[in-house]
Design a protein around this ligand. Structure first.
Ligand code: IVH
Length: 675
């Protein structure tokens, strides 16, 4: 009897998977919705009674799993980069020139794809089964949203094996989207149910993927197109076009408006074609992605910190609207730089009310001849701060007034220093303890991604600085409940909560701590990369520019800024004060667990020869982080000899002593695999 039920479950699982693929990927259903629902209902009943007959790729998993308390985090095996933007033909031709120059060959072929405006995710298949789905997050770490992704009908829970052998590991990257008709229907239902409507399909997709209850996600009309891979074992691809072809035969939806293997002339021509197609497509696209087709060329070109050198996004012009510039004010930033900001008559651009636009600097105002009272064309491109494209000069009636950059800081009245950077000049308040700078630094310090002190909003920082209660980062940990409660608009309860969250924040991860300091050129990513390399704050404070530059993803500006920051006594004094006040900084990136599970742990290692990919001291530091002991003398107790170029006499000695020899390639591979 049970055997028969098992057979039926397997049959239903197989058939439902096929029907789902026909419907959602091929757009060619073979049975009616009702028939599908009946079969699914039957399978749900069987699996509820006999859970042993269910499996991770059963179509029943698409209806959602029990709600989660929070999302787990997972590191990407290979960082998920973003793309550089091109805005015109010239930018694309320059990109092409760089590719030609770097590869030292003409006749480059590209694959061009629509740039989908959705949410980037990564799907991990082990032996053909979808086991994990992760958001892009910060590119290095994302949130595990497997249950939510399983609800997307067009995502295969199991790879098709009809043409190509299933690889043991396949990480696939793509964009979750919502198609226009589905989006309209979703908002209509929400309106009927008196729920807030989503501003655009991307927000709706992002919001749906953020649900802790995957049953809610399962009610959202999410869809996906895949466009690339992460780490892959057991299969290789020669070209981007071939990779997409293979992904398609595994059962993934691949966009149909992709052009494989085209030359630069065809790339230029295709942009207009795609732009014309844009309004006819069922989904939102915001540009065209141009990728070098040959994957060995992609590897040769490599990556920069945040983006590959082998691909570029040629953006479509973003949404623009005209409005009036009511005023131009000047803001003082964290580093003292004065930025003029246009105060606009509020205008709705693609679902978002815009009332401010950055004017960057004085030169930009002069160049564009921007005056108070002008009518301006404002652009809101993606998540970027709105900008003024141009002034509508025909609107001028003589009432417009020109803007003058103040000669003194509008906040502390100190002198302004003018410096030239590239072609534009920067105005900076010379007073390092200018209230405005201090306020901005403190707002950053307590913000969500830094110390994350709940209830410590921007207004409170302003208030506390104005009241002289905050003069440095360390003062945050000296705040007292009674004094806080006395402040205007504060009260006992808020003061109490603020102190509680301040105390809680004292246990801080190293990466957050570094980020919180607001060092120039050191954002979240850089802070994370640094804490993946150094065991503790002390090691970071002692490091050198050369060692920091060895970290893949850290550039020379960041390396210099970090070393400069820690070389200033006033900064180290404040850090020491914080530690005395109970701030405990833990490295959560290099955990004990990692140390306990790697091939270098407790090994005696000797390094010899010149390493090509890093300095000797950096290699030593890395190995020590993995729990290895580095010695200079080779003996029979040595576990490994790591050899660079020209290893000298140590190599022969190691061979005689029977010590294991590891060349640089294997060393780097092991290091990377265990990070
Ligand atoms: S390739 C290293 N292809 O654009 C290559 N990305 O700005 C990076 N996107 O995070 C991705 N359509 O979310 C690629 N056809 C496409 C894309 C695409 C949309 C998104 C993706 C990525 C962002 C990069």
């Amino acid at each position: 009897m049970n055997e028969q039920i098992k057979k039926e479950a397997l049959k239903l699982q197989k058939e439902l998977t096929e029907h789902s693929y026909n419907y959602h990927v091929l757009d060619d259903p073979e049975i009616s919705d009702i028939e599908y629902d009946m079969m699914l209902k039957k399978l749900i009943e069987i699996e509820e009674e006999f859970p042993e007959y269910s499996c991770p790729d059963s179509p029943t998993k698409r209806v959602g799993a029990p709600p989660l308390d929070s999302f787990n985090q997972a590191d990407h095996s290979i960082p998920m980069l973003s793309l550089d933007n091109a805005f015109n033909e010239n930018d694309i031709l320059n990109f092409h020139k760089r590719v030609v120059k770097n590869l030292n060959r003409e006749n480059i072929l590209y694959t061009i794809e629509p740039k989908l405006d959705g949410v980037a995710i990564e799907l991990k298949y082990e032996n053909g089964i979808l086991l994990q789905a992760v958001t892009r997050g910060d590119g290095i770490t994302g949130e595990v949203i497997t249950d939510n992704i399983r609800t997307i009908r067009s995502v295969p829970l199991k790879l098709n094996e009809n043409k190509i052998k299933i690889p043991s590991l396949l990480e696939v990257r793509g964009e979750v989207i919502i198609k226009h008709p589905d989006f309209k229907r979703l908002n209509k239902t929400r309106l009927e149910n008196k729920q807030n409507i989503f501003a655009n399909p991307r927000n709706a997709a992002a919001g749906s993927l953020r649900q802790l209850d995957s049953k809610i996600t399962s009610t959202r009309p999410l869809d996906i197109f895949v466009y690339g891979t992460g780490l892959v074992n057991g299969i290789s691809f020669q070209t981007q076009a071939q990779m997409l072809q293979n992904l398609k035969s595994f059962g993934f939806p691949v966009n149909t408006n992709i052009k494989p293997g085209v030359n630069i002339t065809q790339v230029l021509k295709s942009y207009k074609e795609l732009e014309n197609l844009r309004s006819t497509l069922a989904y939102e696209i915001d540009g065209m992605v141009v990728k070098v087709d040959d994957i060995s060329f992609q590897k040769q070109l490599g990556e920069k910190i945040k983006s590959p050198r082998w691909a570029i996004a040629w953006k479509f012009p973003a949404m623009e609207k005209t409005t009036i510039i009511d005023d131009i004010i000047v803001q003082v930033g964290r580093t003292g730089v004065l930025t003029p900001v246009a105060v606009l008559k509020p205008v709705n651009i693609a679902g978002v009310m815009v009332s401010r636009a950055t004017l960057h600097n004085e030169d930009e105002i002069k160049r564009k001849d921007i005056r108070i009272g002008d009518k301006a064309l404002v652009i809101r491109a993606g998540d970027v701060i709105p900008k003024i494209v141009k002034i509508i000069k025909s609107h001028r009636d003589g009432t417009q007034t020109s803007f003058q950059m103040p000669l003194k800081c509008p906040v502390c009245n100190s002198n302004i220093e003018k410096t030239k950077l590239d072609k534009s000049s920067i105005n900076k308040c010379v007073n390092a303890s200018c209230q405005a700078q201090l306020k901005e630094r403190l707002k950053h310090f307590v913000s969500k991604k830094a110390f994350d002190i709940d209830g410590f909003g921007k207004k409170i920082v302003d208030q506390l600085v104005d009241e002289n209660m905050l003069k440095s980062f360390a003062d945050v940990f000296l705040l007292e409940k009674e004094k806080l409660a006395d402040l205007e608009r504060m009260g006992q309860k808020s003061a109490d909560n603020l102190i509680k969250s301040m105390k809680k924040s004292k246990n801080v991860a190293l990466q957050r701590f570094i980020y919180a300091l607001g060092v120039d050129h050191t954002g979240e990513n850089a802070a994370k990369l640094i804490s993946k390399t150094y065991l503790n704050l002390n090691d970071v404070m002692k490091t050198t520019i050369e060692d920091l530059e060895e970290i893949h993803g850290i550039g020379s500006e960041t390396a210099q800024a970090v070393c400069n920051f820690f070389s200033l006594q006033e900064n180290t004094t404040i850090i020491n004060q914080m530690i005395e006040l109970g701030v405990v900084i833990t490295n959560t990136q290099i955990s004990e667990i990692k140390i306990s599970d790697n091939p270098f742990k407790n090994k005696r290692i000797v390094l010899t020869g010149t390493l090509q990919s890093m300095t000797r001291s950096f290699a030593k530091k890395q190995l020590e982080n993995f729990g290895a002991k580095i010695t200079s003398a080779l003996s029979s107790k040595t576990d490994f000899l790591i050899t660079g170029e020209n290893p000298g006499s140590k190599l022969e000695k190691a061979q005689n002593l029977g010590v294991d020899i590891m060349d640089e390639t294997i060393f780097i591979e092991l290091l990377e695999n265990h990070k």
